[in-house]
Design a binder for this molecule. Structure first.
Ligand SMILES: NC(=O)c1ccc[n+]([C@@H]2O[C@H](COP(=O)([O-])OP(=O)(O)OC[C@H]3O[C@@H](n4cnc5c(N)ncnc54)[C@H](OP(=O)(O)O)[C@@H]3O)[C@@H](O)[C@H]2O)c1
Length: 336
């Protein structure tokens, strides 16, 4: 079995391919033949040694992956051989609120998906919708659940209300799609003017270029009457503009606190004292959240947006491509 492992931290040179005998499942485990995986911002932070949760040395990276079950342990009751599955980000967090005992993450403290086979406890996996191909199915565990919980977790916006998404990465595009499912109107902010038409095609009602209009908050507020829900993935570069764009009782789901240079978000008192906006946080989500999102994805036959697919042997190149930041949707790595 070929697996990538993270040996040390500091860059793609720490991503090492290792061979091992094929796995045999313990009584409550499933063995998944991984068909595709995908990258999230946290995976580059884990690679570079800047992720807040310390990864286990030699870990198989990536939380997101999809494949079919090829073997099950004697006591497995949730799945059968042949089922198509993906893993749950906080593998042990089934439902309710997270706590310190539930923080193990696939691809960080538990072996993840960048491997020919993944061995998962049966409680750590969920069945996939039939309409998704392997590349699409491999994108949902982190960005999908995060966007789902940002849009539906802390007060679901009503049809016709405005949702703001920032950039064109995995979380932003899932949030755009989920907001449209709820009947909301969507503003997208992008730093790259050439993405404006594509964001419109994917359902954004109004797109602003932050390069042409650095003070876009007031523009967005004027155009919409105020944003009801911001999915704040931009962090220090965008937080103040998100606050300006928000309606008086708006809601900002703050997903990013720092940028790649380590700068933190600033709370501009002069702006916030004129606002009654609620600022909330979340950490991806539980297995029950993943299952709820997948029901919506299945019902609406929603297709995740895939930017580019790399071969298994090109995993380091996929990391480098993703890291440079100019993506539209998810960066996927094919199975071995
Ligand atoms: N709290 C949580 O649970 C949670 C969960 C998942 C993700 N997050 C955070 O949410 C953010 C988005 O995650 P993601 O996986 O969707 O990220 P991503 O795929 O890396 O998003 C990249 C997008 O951000 C924009 N961007 C602008 N300047 C950038 C730069 N210098 N480097 C990288 N991207 C740049 C680009 O959009 P344009 O070209 O259109 O400007 C790009 O397409 C990340 O900060 C991540 O850490 C938090």
């Amino acid at each position: 079995m070929r697996s990538y492992r993270l040996e040390g931290s500091g860059g793609t040179e720490c991503l090492v391919m290792r061979d091992a005998p094929p796995p045999t499942p313990k009584p409550r485990e499933i063995v998944v033949r991984v068909r595709a995986t995908s990258l999230n911002r946290r995976d580059t932070m884990i690679l570079n040694g800047t992720y807040p949760l310390t990864p286990r040395q030699g870990i198989v990276p990536l939380s997101d992956g999809a494949g079919e079950i090829i073997a099950i342990g004697d006591d497995v009751s949730r799945f059968a051989v042949g089922d198509r599955v993906t893993g749950s980000y906080f593998a042990r967090w089934i439902d309710g609120r997270i706590n310190a005992g539930l923080i193990d993450q696939l691809g960080c403290t538990l072996d993840g998906m960048l491997s020919e086979y993944a061995v998962l406890d049966e409680q750590w996996a969920v069945r996939l919708p039939d309409h998704l191909d392997w590349h699409e199915a491999a994108t949902l565990t982190c960005a999908g659940v995060t966007a789902w919980n940002a849009v539906t977790g802390a007060g679901i916006p009503k049809p016709g209300q405005w949702v703001l998404v920032i950039g064109s990465g995995g979380v932003a595009l899932f949030a755009l799609q989920f907001a449209r499912l709820l009947g909301c109107r969507v503003v997208a902010v992008t730093s790259r003017g050439e993405k404006i038409d594509r964001l419109r095609t994917f359902g954004a009602d109004f797109v602003v270029s932050s390069t042409d209009t650095p003070e876009w908050g007031a523009t967005v507020r004027d155009q919409t009457g105020g944003i009801d829900l911001v999915v704040e993935t931009g962090g220090p570069a965008t937080f103040a503009q998100s606050l300006i764009a928000s309606t008086l009782y708006g809601h900002i789901v703050l997903l990013t606190l720092q940028d790649a240079q380590g700068r933190s978000i600033q709370m501009p008192a002069a702006l916030y004292q004129r606002s009654l906006a609620t600022i909330s946080r979340l950490f991806v989500g539980s297995r029950v959240n993943l299952e709820a999102m997948l029901r919506a994805v299945s019902t609406h036959r929603l297709k995740p947006v895939v930017d580019k697919v790399f071969a298994f042997a090109e995993a380091a190149e996929a990391y480098r491509y993703f890291q440079q930041g100019d993506v539209f949707g998810k960066v996927v790595i094919d199975g071995a």
